[in-house]
Design a protein around this ligand. Sequence first.
Ligand SMILES: Cc1cc2nc3c(=O)[nH]c(=O)nc-3n(C[C@H](O)[C@H](O)[C@H](O)COP(=O)(O)O)c2cc1C
Length: 400
Amino acid sequence: MLEGINVLLGVTGGIAIYKACDIVSGLKKVNANVDVIMTESATKMIRPGTFQALSQNAVITDTFETPRYWNIEHVSLAQKAHVLLVAPATANIIGKVANGIADDMLSTTIMASTAKVVFAPAMNTKMYENRIVQQNIKKLISLGYRFIEPASGRLACGDVGTGKLADVDKILEFVIDTVKPNRDFVGIKILVTAGPTRESIDPVRFISNHSTGKMGYSIADAASARGAEVILISGPTNLLPPVGVKLIKINTALEMYDMVMNNFKEQNVIIKSAAVADYRPETISARKIKKRGDNLNLTLVRNPDILSELGKLKENRILVGFAAESDNIIKNAKNKILKKNLDFIVANDITEEGAGFGTDTNIVTIIDRNNKIEKIEKTDKMDIAHLILDKVKQITEHRV
Ligand SMILES: Cc1cc2nc3c(=O)[nH]c(=O)nc-3n(C[C@H](O)[C@H](O)[C@H](O)COP(=O)(O)O)c2cc1C
């Protein structure tokens, strides 16, 4: 079931460590490749050889050991992993990661990884309820780390309460759900636009906006993982192109217009999350504009409204728009759906903390043609990307 999936298991020094052996066995049974990193405390409780035998891979215990491979181990393991599961997760590792500490192989690898990180905490009830531990967990959740809640019951120390490592079956199910690709977009072609545009004033200056492209790149990434054939048309960003996605880079709104128009016909779904400039300077000075006088007047002219154009041509395609607003969000979004012939719109209030440009999270409201309004509280942009795709899927299924 998890063929080709690399699970990196971080084992820390909690008394529930013996259950980590069952986790490795369970993951091997579903054909995952499992690498194990043990903290020093963990090695005092169970010898690495046990995990080595169960995982059929060398167990890593120390950052400064002679590397077995030529690449730097914490970086190569971090890159290779599709999911990094820390089970059992001590109060200590949760605290270290929440505070940016990378002082051993496991914490360094977590820091170097862009994979999904899942913690399965296990500790004494008083430790688990400690406000510092709870604050650390909240902080990590807000940063996109996932937690499998510990169970309640009689703990190894004799206390009764919350803090028992979650059931091994529950942990396995969580990991499988996290990485098992849902291929419900196979055969569907999706065009996504992302990032800002740059409208040149002269050879050195331009007008742009704060869009980083994260939302659009997350949508392209999620759609590709779900099996869609994805074209991503992107303004300038610092992001790496998602695996398997065809990336077309543009700078200006006019270039974006051309590329969208050249590619939209073959698409089943078009998701326009780019922050395209409404206006551009009427003329671009061939030479750098010199400082003179107190004021400089620029004449701006309207750029084509790509979304409206697509709305006219959309036929059976699903068309999704974005609205970054600071006032009257719902009213403006509803108007935009009608005016631009959209299937639904993803609106966000850019004044809210944790929403809009440059953040890893977003707070959005999805509004459809039937005026159905769904507010999605602050969550990771990747999770929002999947919810947007779920909505696309719902509409497709309704049409059949
Ligand atoms: C026998 C024993 C059992 C422990 N069990 C736990 C536990 O269940 N949860 C926990 O957070 N810490 C537990 N600790 C404390 C951790 O081992 C300690 O905080 C250690 O520094 C954790 O290091 P690590 O996170 O690098 O593995 C236990 C310690 C001992 C000696």
